[in-house]
Ligand binder design. Sequence first.
Ligand SMILES: [Zn+2]
Length: 291
Amino acid sequence: MTPVALGEVRIDRIVELEGLGYEPTYFFPEATMEGFAAERDWLVPHFWDAAADTYIRAIQGFVVRTRRHTVLVDACVGEGKERPSTPAWNGLRSGWLDRLAALGVRPDSVDYVLCTHLHADHVGWNTRLSGGRWVPTFPNARYVFHRAEYRHWETHGDGLTGPGAMDGAFVDSVLPVMAAGQVALVDDDFAIDDEFVLEPTPGHSPGHVCIAIQAGGRRAVLAGDVVHHPIQIARPEWNSRFCVDPALARTTRRRFVERHADTGTVILAAHFATPTAGRIVSNGPRCKFAV
Ligand SMILES: [Zn+2]
């Protein structure tokens, strides 16, 4: 992804995995192959592999640098985590931290870690193994989690099965940061300076938030998993199989698409494949994602 510049704010992505997704109608249970085919003219080549007849997705985080702060948004799967439900994640060693270093960001220079939500593919790098214990990867960072999201996983445990399950992610990637005293549980009104504000977007998970960044007269939204794949810009009624509250997830996604359509806002979602950054634009009766 070409870095996104909003005035003096710069946004880069750090890719952990990228490639073909699951069976489309497995991951999006309400989807139809005909529905994907109808949007193929703009999904191919970045987001749909015509030869394999399936979708393309990434797992990535973003680093946002302002004049004052270095902020990491979403911490991917992580290194050496036991995730037996998802073979591609199990014991993963992806070099993600090296790619962060290549951008000139050392772990001790990160001021904030924001997780859009606490699913296993968004919290992994919160911790790393040191002396047989999971410890915070970013020793000087304040880790920001939405209170409703934290309380949900604290009281409901893993609650997911099959590929993509938590497999203990809350225990190995969230609780150690809490124990280290580095967590700020926040509500909808949290902001960093004048540049970062939360956009509450519950449904995919109970306390899911997007992070809106406004600077230099431009606006970007780090969208997490409100939209997993660009097809959901055209079909906001299609949930992923991991949307905790399906009805609310649909409503939130529709509103998200309506709010940002034809506004020029740069959308950066956690699983949109290269080139990742784009805008929501009208496309006849629906919308599409334009890169
Ligand atoms: Zn995700």
